[in-house]
Design a protein around this ligand. Structure first.
Ligand code: ADP
Length: 444
């Protein structure tokens, strides 16, 4: 597969307001997850399958050979180092490759093999000798489209005549020229434009339609409607596939509108628990006081790697400078960085190049650094109405029961925030012990 027409659209993502809390940018987080991914994410749950026709037999595969793929495609899969289908692929691939094609809605957390599955489906249905768009994949951003395109290129390495094209803003094609590439990956707005206004893509010839990252998609103004307009123009025999990492009601409603007669596959996420975390709090005055307490903790116990969470960028920056001046190796991860910069900071931290990662609220959400044993809430997570943000608290310090090593969590609390901490304690029905920072022997 040749890589063609990739415009260079450098983009940084956030504003630089100092006091601002970083806002959750779903697309950026999703991209970050992809950039730092090293392997498949395991799940101990069973795959749930809901067939559109419950009486038809349910196939699952344990090997890629069973799928009877084109040889060049199988070669591509093995070249990527895949030995056997992932849990979700075991169920999804036979459905996706069935004749006649079946529609599918699949939900599982990021890293479980969804992208690889639909790329395989696209590549197996494409006819390399026909020089027009046959597979269409919608993605929420340019960067995410590009990531998917890279997977197509890697898996399709031996499918020599298959080509990918990106329908994204800034990718210009000259007037009057036809698109000869078989696989189009793009954002809804530009795809819509290419289909209806510029008539570059004939939707009636599309065989596989993929809507990736549906949860991120519906979070972006206009994308749901644009996607639906595109879908409405597809032929009825076109295979329609939708993927999402999460499955709130809103995603589900959208999925049902856009995918007719679907099979549904779900893989539940490992649940986070605080059971194997020892939680402490230290009462402090101002942030200098908090920092002192942090130093005492540091002096008192042996710490492998730690993540420290601050509520604002300003606090995070301040703390970074303080710690650096005291000779600690720390790095700062905050929302004003581009996703590439964030990915490289996380990678360095994973490689143990820095011992401490300081971050604002949302950046490190969902990022799993397994060797971290200590988490510090330099500021408690609170929501806009000043109430404790339980979910964020759980995400910061919780572990999955299955992979959970024992962990330590320290909360630095101003006296007036103590009621918030007590609410957190009650909410999780767990014990958060007060710690005298002068006396680390209390840490069990
Ligand atoms: P998702 O789309 O659900 O986030 P991906 O398809 O991107 O998941 O897969 C996550 C990671 O696992 C990627 O690095 C991918 O190359 C790898 N992967 C996917 N399927 C397999 C497989 N069957 N065997 C080994 N690795 C796989």
């Amino acid at each position: 597969i040749k890589n063609t027409n990739v415009p260079n659209l450098a983009g940084s993502i956030n504003n630089t307001e100092e006091d601002e809390e970083d806002v959750v940018d779903l697309a950026a987080n999703s991209l970050l997850n992809k950039l730092i991914r090293q392997s498949l994410v395991e799940s101990s749950h069973l795959v749930e399958v809901l067939q559109k026709d419950p009486s038809s037999p349910l196939y699952s595969v344990k090997t890629f050979e069973e799928l009877r793929l084109k040889e060049e495609l199988l070669k591509g899969i093995y070249a990527m180092g895949f030995n056997r289908p992932s849990k979700i692929q075991e169920m999804a691939l036979p459905m996706m490759l069935a004749h006649p094609p079946q529609n599918l809605i699949a939900q599982s957390q990021s890293g479980t093999g969804k992208t690889a599955a639909f790329v395989l489906a696209m590549l197996s249905r494409v006819n390399a000798l026909e020089l027009f768009p046959q597979c269409l994949c919608l993605a929420p951003t340019y960067e995410l489209a590009l990531q998917t395109g890279r997977v197509v290129e890697r898996m399709g390495k031996f499918c020599v005549d298959v080509q990918v094209m990106y329908a994204i803003r800034g990718n210009r094609i000259s007037r009057g020229s036809d698109i000869t590439k078989q696989i189009i990956i793009g954002t809804p707005g530009t795809v819509l434009d290419w289909c209806f206004k510029r008539k570059l893509i004939d939707l009636t010839k599309i065989r596989v339609f993929v809507l990736d990252e549906a949860d991120v998609m519906i979070d972006t103004q206009g994308f749901s409607d644009q996607s639906i307009r595109i879908q409405r123009a597809l032929p009825s025999e076109c295979q329609m596939l939708l993927f999402s990492a999460t499955f709130e009601d809103s995603v589900w409603q959208f999925a049902e509108r856009i995918i007719p007669d679907p099979n549904v596959i779900k893989l539940r996420k490992e649940e986070l628990t605080l059971n194997n975390i020892r939680q402490y709090y230290v009462l402090c005055g101002d942030r200098k006081d908090k920092y002192q307490a942090l130093c005492n903790i540091y002096g008192g116990i042996t710490i492998g790697q730690a993540i420290i969470f601050c509520q604002t960028r300003r606090n995070a920056k301040w703390l970074t400078v303080e710690m650096m001046q005291d000779g600690h190796q720390v790095s700062l991860l905050s929302g004003e960085l581009t996703v590439d910069q964030r990915a490289s900071i996380i990678q360095r931290f994973r490689d143990g190049k820095e011992k401490v990662l300081i971050t604002t609220n949302v950046c490190a959400r969902g990022i799993d650094v397994k060797q971290v044993t200590v988490v510090v809430n330099f500021d408690l997570p609170v929501n806009q109405s000043g109430e404790p943000d339980y979910e964020t608290y759980l995400h910061r310090i919780g572990r999955t029961g299955r992979f959970g090593k024992k962990g330590l969590a320290f909360n630095m609390i101003e006296v007036d925030k103590l009621p918030l901490l007590m609410k957190i304690q009650d909410h999780f029905n767990s014990n958060i012990k007060q710690l005298d920072p002068e006396d680390m022997d209390e840490i069990e």
